[in-house]
Design a protein around this ligand. Structure first.
Ligand code: HEC
Length: 212
């Protein structure tokens, strides 16, 4: 099976070093789409201009959420310790200047990269278990840390990234609630939605993780 070099056990050879460079460029060189930002700004303005009278009263709907763990309010409270405004701790493993070195990547990986590979491992673990009808662990407790993990380039942890992360984590929460093929594939769709914008390198690999 062919895999992108970013997940290949690392062997130091000039060709692979060149490949790694290409991968890093693939992950970091793509500018954010300007349309997304302006669309969001437009949406925010529209929302701000909407008179309160037109908004649906939350009243009883939010009083007894069908599921406390996936209601937006509960998720917000649960993420109070890890969101876009959570300060990242300098000097921890995976922070700039303290990349996590491994035989796979002697140059070192960011905290976010290490977490991404945990995502891959988790999904590879749960799928065969579900196929065998077994109970699987919840993924959100670990995956949610993506909102407060050091990326290779700190400036890439911005509002656009965080919005995509929240959309992804919504899919993860739905999976935890109802683990199965559909919710698994919704997680993969979340990986792809983010990677098609900010880190194209592993896209083909992620596509292969779909549960057909
Ligand atoms: C909200 C955006 C976002 C989501 C969602 C996301 N990723 Fe990523 N991913 C990134 C970014 C940004 C990087 C680059 C991290 C860095 O360079 O520090 C990355 C890096 C990676 C890497 C390369 C890690 C390495 O350096 O070897 C893999 C593999 C990966 N992601 C897989 C996944 C998978 C699988 C999922 C879903 C289960 C996923 N990603 C979900 C943004 C995302």
């Amino acid at each position: 099976m062919r895999r992108p070099f970013c997940l290949e056990p690392f062997v130091i050879r000039p060709t692979l070093t060149a490949s790694l460079f290409l991968f890093v460029v693939a992950c970091q060189g793509q500018p954010e789409s300007g349309t997304t930002a302006s669309n969001t700004a437009a949406a925010n303005t529209a929302a701000a201009n909407t008179p309160p009278a037109n908004t649906t009263p939350p009243a009883s709907a939010s009083a007894t959420p069908a599921n406390a763990t996936t209601s937006p309010a509960a998720m917000l409270a649960a993420d109070a310790d890890c969101n876009l405004s959570t300060p990242l701790v300098p000097g921890i493993p995976g922070s700039p200047g303290n990349l996590v070195k491994s035989s796979r990547n002697p140059n070192g990986d960011s905290e976010l990269s290490v977490l991404m590979r945990q995502f891959v491992d988790d999904l590879r673990e749960v799928r065969p278990m579900l196929e065998a009808g077994q109970k699987v662990k919840a993924l959100l407790p670990v995956h949610r840390k993506m909102r407060c993990a050091w990326p290779t380039k700190p400036e890439e942890r911005n509002q656009q990234f965080d919005l995509r992360a929240q959309a992804y984590l919504g899919a993860v929460a739905a999976f935890d609630q109802t683990p199965g093929k559909d919710t698994y594939n919704a997680i993969i769709a979340g990986c792809i939605a983010c990677h098609s914008v900010s880190c194209g390198g592993p896209l083909e690999f992620i596509g292969e993780m779909r549960w057909e």
